[in-house]
Design a protein around this ligand. Sequence first.
Ligand code: GLU
Length: 428
Amino acid sequence: MPTTAYNPFENAQAQFDNVAEYLKLDEGMRELLRQPMVEMHFAIPVKMDDGSTKVFRAFRFRHNDARGPAKGGIRFHPHETADTVRALSMWMTWKCAVVDIPLGGGKGGVICDPHNLSRSEQERLCRGYVRQLYKQMGPNSDVPAPDVMTNAQHMLWMMDEYETIAGGRYPGMITGKPVGMGGSLGRTEATGFGVIFVLKDLLRCLDIPIESTSASLQGFGNVAEYTARMFTELGGKVIAVSCWNQSDKTAYTFKKADGCDIPQLVEIKDSFGSIDKEKALALGYEVLPGDAWLSQDVDILIPAALENQITPAVFPNISEKVKILCEAANGPTTPDCDELIKNRGIMLLPDFLTNAGGVTCSYFEQVQCNMNYFWDKTEVLEKLEYSMTKAFRAVYELSKEKNLYMRDAAYIIAINRVADAVRLRGWA
Ligand code: GLU
């Protein structure tokens, strides 16, 4: 799957430039918003279990904090690049703005493959990340969260390191923590469930019953898992799931024409989202090449893995039956596909709106930590559905009213909110 030929930062800037032109933003404002305001590049020395020292390159970028402290995940990935983190930090700014939470955009990354690190090496890496960044992070400045290949345990090690240095308790300095340790109920499910809250409302607007729809997904990490779980619980059928196989170093698509049993697939996946091929075969799944997820005859395609997966080169493989492209990953579609999507009449649910459930629940987590009073799961999920549906409706209505592509409508709302905050602060 192509992940390197396209530069995500150039994609993010191209998307921004288009909308900045439409909104006639001033030169200064454009320059400020088309790049991160702060970039930290650093090295983390980690004592490995065999006694040697390994040095990991790491990043934390703050794109914009005019609307509130920077917010965004930390990714562990062997192919992480500064430009990917730049793009992702920018998308976080738009994401927080489109759902109207008082947070800015940030993102972090470490170039590493956690598959090859023991639990204690991962702990030392997390603690090392905080030691290097301590002065630049905190509940009022920059608040990390889980992302690709990071989880609640990683967040807790980071919080513990931060609190050890700070000499106090600061649960609002990071989100996505384990429940009972400052985490929010529903945070694990939030991104995937948020995807479905948005999709469900679009289907309602289009008068399509969800029980009549089928989907094909790329990815089987946290976001894909909970997206697939809720989609199937509501009666939709997941025909295929594609994911990375660590032992074969390749991706496969697992298909069941009459619908995948998602809890069963979860049983046979590892913590990074790789489904066990042999076990899947034994359970009667067809095992197809990794890119076969894209060419299935389904109503809905849900890319829920990495960026730059849908390009003009693979676009013709998308079945004529597909009506909705529901972007659960960050930046899964390259900008040169937007015209192709429009021409085919496919409805697009843009990434930074569709997958904003995670950060919205992170915001709820911070609120609960500040009050030191935790809500039950029903309350969290009700609030999440309310926020996601409200944000989606605003985007959908603007797109109808002005005959705009849904990505552009989402950008217009988000960029306007951030530009207003920048102006009110007197920055531009
Ligand atoms: N990593 C998630 C995202 O890309 C969540 C960020 C957060 O909760 O701060 O939206």
